[in-house]
Design a protein around this ligand. Structure first.
Ligand SMILES: [Zn+2]
Length: 430
């Protein structure tokens, strides 16, 4: 067998396995899901002709709005079979309830067992969970169940309170932490103040949740760099959402989150619901496999990622997802290029001339997206202005409008909506 065939072999097996599971799923939802029964009838979808993954395109995608408006119609089991009610955070729009059965919880445990194993975890590890395990947060229980299955130790410390986190690290000597990367920065800052040498502690790795730590070329972004410059630990990024009940987690290579083909079918689709090529941004669209409570068919997550399909150096051959480029709703089409706020934030964070900023997007008189940057510069000079403009032109290849503001003015813009968190992105588009 040639090298190429060896690599091809597992993919063929995966496809066959997924196609069998897909047919089971179609049978299941056509009998038990009020939403999909209606969808199949309305669009005259004949599930008996859907045999291959390519045939999936015969089913219209499900949107977040469908799930918000028809939430209960997605439930495929009677209420007495539901053991856990989780909920999405509702950062964009109203929250959605995802109900899980006992089997779904077991599936979730298996999913995170795979995730933590992929991120070089073993029974010898002790994980300090710096996140909430209540408030209907699915990821919290998912990590807990997955780590238990792994046989590793768990310290459920909860979010925040750096002093308590460090005190516990000293006392119980965890080998790993699970945390939001910006909180890891706060931990580092606290340690510096308190005279704790972070590199002399037991912690050797961090599973980073909720925020990107990498650019699309896999290099660490500003956040990832800031962490590792002070703290010599290995960072593993993980991407998941409540709706898909499945995680994409990096291995030690740090080259994107590994796909679990037995748990989910993933498609990356363009605006016309056509599959995109590798290394091309597309909307993550998932079909859950093995979910009993609220299975989803071609659910469009709203997250824009790229995928990579060459085998990973760790030996896994299934595809990998990049970190999230942005949310579909926040996509900016500016002078012929497509931009997402996180990429813009990374660019602006990188310049020492820029102390703070707010990105505003609005529609001009002919409905095209325009970008206005409110910038607090390090100094008000022509030379500083020139450096900022040259940098943006070089990196964006287009020049947004810039309005220089004072510290007081930017404060007003960032906290205008009585929000506790500084607003960095304002969307004024119609
Ligand atoms: Zn890998």
């Amino acid at each position: 067998m040639g090298l190429l065939e060896q690599h091809k072999q597992p993919a063929v097996k995966e496809t066959k396995m997924q196609e069998e599971k897909l047919q089971e799923l179609l049978q299941y939802v056509s009998q038990h899901s009020p939403f999909y029964k209606e969808l199949f009838a309305k669009h005259q979808v004949d599930i008996s002709v859907i045999k291959t993954l390519t045939d999936l395109s015969l089913i219209p995608p499900t949107t977040k709005e469908d799930l918000q408006q028809r939430n209960n119609d997605f439930l495929c089991v009677p209420a007495e079979k539901v053991v856990e009610y989780t909920s999405t955070s509702g950062t964009l729009g109203s929250p959605v309830t995802i109900a899980l059965t006992e089997n779904d919880l077991n599936r979730l445990a298996y999913n995170e067992y795979n995730s933590f194993s992929c991120a070089d975890g073993s029974k010898n590890d002790i994980y300090q969970l710096m996140l909430t395990l209540d408030r209907q947060f699915m990821a919290g229980i998912a990590y807990y169940l997955g780590i238990r299955k792994l046989g590793a130790g768990i310290i459920r410390l909860g979010p925040g309170v750096p002093a308590l986190q460090w005190e516990t690290i000293k006392r119980l000597k965890p080998t790993a932490i699970v945390a939001v990367p910006s909180f890891i920065l706060k931990l580092i800052a606290f340690a510096k103040e308190a005279g704790i040498d972070v590199n002399q502690t037991s912690v050797k790795k961090a599973i980073c949740i909720g925020e990107n730590i990498r650019n699309t070329d896999f290099s660490l972004n500003i956040l990832g760099k800031k962490i590792t410059e002070s703290w010599d630990i290995h960072l593993y990024s993980t991407y998941a959402s409540t709706e898909m009940q499945t995680a994409f987690t990096e291995c030690g290579e740090g080259k994107g989150g590994h796909y679990q083909p037995e748990l989910v079918i993933v498609e990356l689709l363009d605006e016309n619901n056509q599959p995109v090529e590798p290394y091309t941004p597309g909307e993550v669209t998932i079909t859950t496999l093995g979910v009993e409570g609220m299975p989803l068919l071609r659910y469009k997550t709203g997250d824009i990622c790229m995928y990579f399909d060459e085998p990973c150096a760790c030996g896994r051959t299934s595809l990998r997802l990049s970190s999230i480029l942005g949310r579909k709703k926040q996509m900016i089409k500016f002078k012929g290029t497509t931009l997402y706020p996180p990429a813009l934030f990374d660019l602006l964070n990188e310049r020492e001339e820029i102390l703070d900023f707010v990105v505003e997007v609005y529609s001009n008189e002919i409905g095209l997206d325009q970008v206005l940057l409110y910038v607090l510069p390090i100094e008000n000079s022509e030379e500083c202005d020139h450096r900022i403009r040259a940098y943006l032109q070089a990196r964006l290849r287009v020049s947004p409008h810039i309005k220089y503001v004072t510290a007081e003015e930017i404060q007003k813009i960032q906290f205008s909506e009585a929000s506790r968190k500084a607003i960095k992105f304002i969307d004024k588009r119609a």
